[in-house]
Structure formats: C-alpha cells, structure tokens
Design a binder for this molecule. Structure first.
Ligand code: UDP
Length: 465
C-alpha cells in the first residue's frame, strides 16, 4: 500500500476564504488519493452555518479542526475588513501552533498551504520541517500586481489613482490606479504599509498556487514564471470551484425551469457584498425598466460595501428595502431571493443568459465554467482588477459606469443589460465566454494544463516523504 502523504492547510476566516482552500484540497486528494489534508480553521466567534455544512461534506481524507475562536471584543471597532481578517488570523496563532505541535508529534507533514490572508501561519513551517505554500484564490493578474507593487512603490510617490495613464503590470491588461485593490488606495495608511510588507513576505514561500489556468491568463502567467524576476514558483491549478448539490425543487430553480433559454439575468454580489439604499433603488428600477427577466439575490443595504462579509444579516428582511410596489410590479418579470442563492445551480441553469456580478474571483470562475457572460460591477478588494480583466482583457463582460455621485444610475443599468442580453455585442461576449468555458474544461482534464501542474507538485511532495 502507498504511504499516506500529509499536508496541512490554513484558510482565512470567513466562508469565502474557507471554500477555495477546501476545493483545492478536494482536488488534490481526488487526483492523488494517498494524500491526506488537515484543515486548521481560524474563526471569529462560532463559524457560520454555511461553513459548517460545507465541512460536513468533505471526503474522508480531509479533516478539519476549528482553532480557538477569536472574541469580537478583541477586534477594534470599525476596523477595515482586511484588518479584521489579519487580526483574527494573528490572534489564532497560539492555538494554531499548539495544534501543529500535537499533529506533527504523531505524523510527518510535508507541506503547509495557507490562504493569502493567513500568512502568519507560514512562520511555523520551518519549525515543523514543512515546505510553505500559499493558495491564493485570485487571478494571475492580481498576483502579478502584488509582485509589481514594491517596484512601483519605490519608483513613484503620488497616489496610484492619480496616475494619468493606466499602469502596465508585466503581462497584464493595463489597469487604472483607481481600479487597483482597496489596500493600495491610500499610500500613507497603515493598511497600505502592512499590505506592502505582506507582498514582500509572499515572495519567500516555496511556491504559490493560483486559481487560474494557463489558457485564461496566458500572458500574466508567462510573465509570473519568467526567470530573473526572483518570484517563487507559481502554479496555476484552476479553475477550482464548488460543485452544487441537487437543487431540484428549490423555488428559484423551479422558477428558472419556466423561463426561456438564456433569457434570465442573475444578479448577485457574492457572499458579503452590499449596496447602499440609493444603489438598491437604482438597481431595482434598472432591472424593472430593462424589461428583461432577472433573478436577484437581495441583501440589506449598508454604506460599507463589504458589510455582510463576516456576519450574516439573518435578522433583517432585505426585501423591505426594495422600492414600494416593486415586488408586485415585477412578479411576472423577475424573482427576488433574500440574501443567498444556490449560485452554482443557478449559473448552470440553461435559462440564465447573463450574470451581473461583483466580480469576486469564485463567482467569476463559476461563470466561466458555465459559459455565462457578465455585467461586471465590482465593489471592493481586488474586484475592480477582475472587472478590468474580464471586460477589457477577455472581453466577456460589460462594465457599467458610475456617475459623479458614485451611483450607477438606472439609465446606465438598463443600457448595460441591453448590451449584454440583446444584439451583436452581447452575442460576441457570449461566444468568447463559451470558448473560455471549453478551455477551462480542458485545463481540468487528465492531460490538461492545471491537472498536470498539480500532479508535478504532488510528485515532488511524494519524493520528500
Ligand atoms: N455564493 C452563493 N450564493 C450567494 C452568494 C454567493 O452560493 O447568494 C457563493 C458563490 O457561488 C461563490 C462564493 O459564494 O462560490 C462567493 O465568492 P466570490 O469570490 O465570488 O465573492 P466573495 O464572497 O469573496 O466576495
């Protein structure tokens, strides 16, 4: 019998950091059944029920351990979401160290793979004789930006958003400074300095897995792998996404069953994205007046776009924030779901012809794997960079423009819906998305680029055991 090879993985706190690394782990053990993964999870208070239910479905060669939960009173009030995540990870480290001590006293763990928000965990890799890796559920474009940042930081002094020209990151579509991730938008802030430090730190690992694939981001991946840049090895192993459960009988799926093929626009802002009350109103009127069918996951409004990210807004009914009479007027045209939809099943349904998305990377890849073109409406984190890649680079999406007051107004919403769902431009985006879907499916086949990349590494780990 082949010897079991053990690796440990550490997600960041929050559902959307847990899912990708678990999917990565599943893919690893599915391709290499003699691997065993132990997932050590930092958490705030008790884990959300979505996280718990996903852990219940894991195969027997992946097990999970919740680290000592961090108390909300230990986090500074009103801190940015990125700082909260960092702090939850930092405060979980004593418990992590203890867990690793116990585990490694019985078994040799060959590698430690951390989510990019859980870099602190990698500090212990050497102590326990493990190789250190990062799994970043982001695009090659975003990783290229991370690596390019220290260079740009040295060469320039003004805010990136004030650059007159788009920034040329090696191998990537030029990106305007204002579209870079939130953490670099104020260079005098502690957040920026902390981010810069972390960017330096990720260069010191033994390798970085990205959830992308060669055929989708050929040039950024080539640039990342170019010798002489001094980057650690980068392994594109995607697209790795969740698989959906059987959704037959669910109300929204029954509703989709009754619609025409490709006629419905699915609208969702990810696991935690929220809009302001004014923006919800504009979106509601935009959807209604577009006269297109829609399936909208509505969340209660917030002035902070990432507000529902670490919490679930269970106690508020989001439908009360819709314009008066909206539900009645659109009852034949659309369906509204409070807070959460079975997204995998929705995107896989033949009635869905477009996805208005916040461009979270998981949502993006799920859409790619289903060949659904996009309206790209980024909110926070690196979503604006994804939007640029999708709409300007790959040309599989159309991006609405916000007006001067920051709102995307109903007229603009109607316009982008029509551009995507009707006519020649939409048809071209659909065709390109179909080509991308084919390429994604191929990358995951036995002889596909991503499968081969992961297998090469698995072989290396085997040889070290
Ligand atoms: N998701 C879902 N239903 C929802 C909203 C989100 O199933 O109503 C899932 C979605 O399929 C994806 C993840 O949550 O796998 C969201 O990840 P993404 O990277 O797109 O965005 P984030 O939540 O990190 O902003």
């Amino acid at each position: 019998m082949e010897k079991t090879i053990h690796i440990a993985v550490v997600p960041g706190p929050g559902f959307s950091h847990l899912v990708p690394i678990l999917q990565f782990s599943k893919r690893l053990v599915q391709l290499h059944p003699n691997f065993h993964v132990t997932c050590l999870i930092p958490t705030l208070v008790s884990p959300p029920s979505a996280s718990k239910s996903i852990l219940e479905t894991l195969p027997s060669n992946i097990n999970s351990i919740f680290l000592e939960p961090v108390k909300p009173e230990d986090l500074p009030q009103g801190a940015a979401i990125e700082s909260q995540i960092q702090l939850i990870v930092a405060l979980s480290m004593p418990s992590f160290h203890q867990a690793l001590e116990t585990l490694t006293s019985r078994t040799h763990f060959v590698a430690l793979v951390a989510d990019s928000s859980a870099l602190d965990a990698l500090e212990f890799a050497q102590e326990f004789n493990m190789l250190s890796y990062i799994y970043v559920p982001i695009s090659a474009t975003t990783l290229s930006w991370y690596f390019y940042l220290p260079i740009l930081d040295k060469e320039t002094s003004c805010e990136y958003r004030d650059f007159p020209e788009p920034i040329k990151i090696p191998g990537c579509v030029p990106i305007h400074g204002r579209d870079l991730n939130n953490l670099v938008q104020d260079r005098s802030s502690g957040l920026y300095k902390n981010f810069l430090q972390r960017v330096w730190r990720i260069r010191l690992v033994d390798g970085i897995f990205i959830n992308s694939f060669l055929e989708m981001e050929t040039n950024p991946i080539k640039a990342l792998k170019e010798e002489g840049r001094g980057y650690p090895p980068v392994y594109p192993v995607g697209p790795i996404v969740q698989t959906g459960d059987d959704a037959k009988g669910l109300e929204c799926v029954t509703w989709l069953d009754k619609q025409q093929v490709g006629s419905v626009l699915y609208v969702s802002f990810g696991s935690g994205g929220t809009l302001s009350q004014e923006q919800i109103t504009e979106l509601a009127y935009g959807l209604e007046l577009s006269n297109h069918k829609f399936l909208w996951v509505v969340r209660a409004p917030s002035s902070l776009a990432s507000d529902a990210y670490l919490s679930t807004q269970n106690d508020v009914d989001p439908l009360q924030f819709l314009p008066t009479g909206f539900l009645e007027r659109t009852k034949e045209q659309g369906m509204v779901i409070p807070s959460w939809a079975p997204q995998i099943q929705v995107l896989g349904h033949s009635s869905v012809g477009g996805f208005l998305t916040h461009c979270g990377w998981n949502s993006t890849l799920e859409s790619v794997l289903n060949g659904v073109p996009l309206i790209t409406w980024p909110l926070f984190a690196e979503q604006r960079m994804n939007a640029v890649l999708l709409s300007e680079g790959l040309k599989v999406g159309v991006r609405p423009r916000a007006s001067e007051n920051g709102l995307v107004e109903r007229v603009e919403i109607i316009e982008v819906i029509k551009r995507l769902m009707e006519g020649e431009e939409g048809g071209k985006m659909r065709k390109r998305m179909h080509e991308l879907k084919e390429a994604a499916t191929n990358a995951l086949k036995e002889d596909g680029s991503s499968t081969k990349t992961l297998s090469e590494l698995a072989l290396k780990w085997k040889s070290l055991t």
